[in-house]
Design a protein around this ligand. Structure first.
Ligand SMILES: *Cc1c(COP(=O)(O)O)cnc(C)c1O
Length: 366
């Protein structure tokens, strides 16, 4: 019995993904061991931070790295670093940045809510968010005309939450950043490729440690040495409110060392989800197919279309699944179109059957 169930909390079957609302990742035994050993001992935190930075650099191909307690704090710290640099006087003023270069430009279709809003994180770091263009269309000129003497950085948000069309590309944003000598930040929180955005030339790239990496609650920033030095300095300022624990740093380091995106096993995912689809397709009113992630990541989910012949709509089914015990959380971004999806990555062996049985009984009892 897991510790949550022992505490009287409901068991959760996570068919949704690496969700903060469900505790993000269930980590490997080696990450658990690192965290345990880290908790039992002392260390010079500055040296640990530099060590974590070196491992981040090695795994991302960046010059240096800075651990964070998540990608959200990565946004705060990267923003503060671009505004205050290593100047302790300015660092102490964050988030009050009147009179400083403090505007952070992002595309309107990327001004998302990931559970918290991107622009709030920028403001927490002392930034003034400037949303360029419209939510479904951003021209290069929209970005260029937003740049002025107060601009501190350009930000690109690589995420399935963002509008996937009509935006300026990373290359185009990077070219503008270079033209105007501005730092370029990429939020790649849930991305699987740790090297791509660094190698494209971004100055700071931030990731979540609890998503693709399957680490503990943590995050990282990879980037150019001078900017990373400024990121680390923010822990003497606004970063103190989001300090990274020694156990998070060691858990992150172990997760990084073990990380191998090739192990995501797309063929295995497809096979496992096809089996689920075959069973669910036999239920009257359900259609099911294996579909690749809408943002093009190597994730293959079972996409369930809940038709009217089931006598129930997708939203109601979703609620019933969540309310049961064990609670079943499926992916529901397209619930208003009658679609629920099963994400294979966080599923433990054998949980497919429990999900299928519950869907069937929910529809029967409807
Ligand atoms: C999840 C997410 C974040 C926040 O990451 P945490 O590690 O939970 O703080 C930030 N940006 C994007 C695009 C995300 O998907």
């Amino acid at each position: 019995m897991n510790i949550y169930v022992k505490s009287g909390l409901r068991e959760v079957i996570n068919a949704n993904g690496k969700m903060t609302i469900l505790g993000a990742s269930a980590v490997s035994e080696s990450v658990v061991k690192s965290v345990g050993s880290a908790l039992r001992n002392f260390v010079v935190i500055e040296e640990l931070m530099d060590h974590a930075g070196r491992v981040i650099a090695q795994k991302t191909g960046a010059e240096d790295g800075c651990p964070t307690c998540g990608a959200a704090s990565g946004l705060v710290i990267a923003t503060a670093a671009c505004i205050a640099g290593c100047n302790l006087g300015l660092i102490g003023r964050i988030p009050d940045t009147g009179g400083l270069k403090n505007e952070i430009i992002l595309q309107k279709g990327q001004s998302i809510n990931f559970g918290g809003s991107i622009t709030q994180m920028l403001r927490l770091g002392g930034g003034i968010p400037v949303e360029a263009g419209c939510s479904n269309k951003v021209e290069r000129d929209n970005i260029e005309s937003a740049i002025n003497e107060k601009t501190a950085a350009l930000l690109y948000v690589k995420s399935h939450h963002a509008v996937q069309k009509g935006m300026q590309s990373i290359e185009s944003m990077l070219e503008l950043a270079r033209k105007y000598h501005l730092p370029f930040i990429i939020d790649a929180a849930a991305e699987e490729d740790l090297c791509k955005y660094v190698s494209m030339g971004a100055d700071l790239v931030l990731y979540s440690g609890g998503k693709a990496l399957s680490g503990p609650t943590s995050g990282l920033i990879a980037g150019k040495s001078s900017y990373i030095a400024a990121c680390k300095m923010q822990y003497k300022g606004v970063g103190r409110a989001m300090k990274v624990s020694k156990e998070a740093m060691m858990g992150l380091v172990t997760a990084l060392e073990m990380y191998d995106p090739a192990q995501s096993n797309p063929e295995g995912q497809k096979k496992r989800m096809q089996l689920m689809c075959d069973e669910l397709a036999q239920v009257k009113g359900l259609k099911c197919r294996v579909a690749q992630d809408e943002a093009g990541r190597e994730i293959y989910r079972a996409e369930i279309h809940v038709g009217p012949e089931t006598g129930m709509n997708a939203a109601k089914l979703n609620e019933l699944l969540k309310q049961g015990d064990p609670a079943i959380y499926v992916r529901d971004y397209y619930v208003n179109q009658g679609i629920l999806s099963i994400d294979p990555r966080p599923l433990f062996d054998g949980q497919e059957e429990i999900i299928i049985d519950r869907i069937k009984s929910c529809l029967l009892e409807g």
